[in-house]
Design a protein around this ligand. Structure first.
Ligand SMILES: Nc1ncnc2c1ncn2[C@@H]1O[C@H](COP(=O)(O)OP(=O)(O)OP(=O)(O)O)[C@@H](O)[C@H]1O
Ligand SMILES: [Mg+2]
Length: 346
């Protein structure tokens, strides 16, 4: 068997690449089995029809270039297989000469590189994400340095007011860096939620207390509005605290950025939603969100804050809500403010 025509034919058929032989009209004269399995029996059909469902030749056709200059060419193409899925291919074209050394046919070898392309895209995304995170962290560190400088000055001058002001800046930036770190951890690891009985009303109360001094520093009023009759519910406390933190810090930023009003406030609520569900709400009268932005706010790394934001807050919030089998809603008007509502099982 070895050395026979059948042996070589079998090998060519089984090669894990799509192999075709084409003439000057891009008509497929031969296709191996691997090709036929994924693209059907293309023999007698045109290459661009079979690979792309197109009636015209590809712009940078490697087969045509090989016919013209007798050289090997490489290109990347997006094609569609019989199952309707699109694939990325790296395509090699090589000349097949006749007895007079004319290019009689061109052999085309196509290898599926979809997985490689996906990984390449993910790595590019990862690079961009790391750049965004580094900016965010750099910003906070500068804030910390600024705060520490004011504290130093206060100590030097024996000025308690200055010390208190500087210390507040330091504390604000500690909140921010903690938030970034925790969001990165939430975004990068799959966490299974650990449910425990908790009072949603107490959670909201404690959250508002945590943000009180930061809000005061920014000149924003923050208050809670809770239904004390809300029963204890099953929640992953750490995750939900993270979710609410992200909503409140967005609201504070939206108020701080809004120069169109004198007075800003953030209200955090815990209230019954219906017989089976309760809701958390975080409402602000900050800058609001336009329609275009609203469509993208839950995407990881989407931010309109430049180096002030990593864009992880709402994607992490959304994931936590989903893990709890809940729902998150947004109501917002540019210039008016926003309301984020989280509905969870009681
Ligand atoms: N309460 C809000 N008011 C106005 N815009 C908001 C509000 N909450 C979210 N957004 C918009 O949604 C975007 C995404 O929010 P997200 O919390 O995911 O990221 P970020 O706040 O920009 O960055 P990070 O949370 O990492 O600091 C924000 O950049 C902002 O444009
Ligand atoms: Mg945020």
């Amino acid at each position: 068997m070895q050395g026979s025509d059948q042996f070589y034919k079998d090998i060519i058929d089984l090669l894990p690449v799509y192999l075709t032989i084409q003439n000057r009209d891009f008509e497929i004269l031969y296709a191996n089995q691997t090709f036929k399995k994924d693209f059907g029996d293309g023999t007698g059909k045109l290459c661009h029809t079979v690979y792309k469902g197109s009636s015209v030749k590809c712009d940078q056709c490697p087969v045509e270039r090989t016919f013209n200059d007798r050289k090997i060419h490489i290109s990347e193409e997006t094609v569609q297989a019989l199952d309707g899925k699109t694939h990325q291919m790296i395509v090699y074209s090589a000349p097949v000469f006749d007895d007079l050394s004319n290019v009689q046919y061109v052999m085309e070898l196509a290898t599926n590189i979809t997985t490689v392309k996906t990984i390449q895209r993910e790595l590019t995304g990862l690079g961009q994400s790391i750049a965004m995170l580094s900016h965010g962290i750099k910003n906070v560190l500068e804030g910390l340095q600024g705060g520490a400088y004011v504290v130093d000055e206060g100590i030097h001058d024996g000025d308690m007011n200055l010390i208190t002001r500087g210390w507040q800046v330091v504390k604000n930036n500690i909140i921010d860096i903690t938030s970034i770190t925790q969001n990165v951890l939430y975004a990068s690891k799959k966490r299974t939620i650990k449910l425990e009985k908790t009072s949603p009303a107490d959670m909201v109360k404690n959250l508002v207390i945590t943000y009180q001094s930061k809000a005061e520093y920014l000149g924003i009023k923050i208050r809670y509005d809770i239904n004390r009759n809300l029963p204890d519910v099953n929640l992953d406390v750490l995750s939900v605290r993270r979710l609410l933190n992200n909503l409140v810090s967005n609201s504070l930023a939206a108020c701080a950025n809004d120069k169109s009003k004198q007075n800003h406030q953030v209200i955090v609520r815990a209230e019954v939603y219906n017989e089976l569900q309760f809701k958390f709400e975080v409402e602000d009268n900050g800058s609001g969100i336009n329609e275009l932005t609203k469509r993208r706010i839950f995407e990881a790394f989407f931010s309109t804050k430049g180096s002030e934001g990593t864009g992880l807050g709402l994607s992490v919030a959304n994931r936590i809500v989903k893990q709890h089998g809940g729902k998150i809603e947004v109501e917002s008007e540019p210039g008016e403010g926003s309301l984020f509502r989280v509905i969870l099982r009681m």
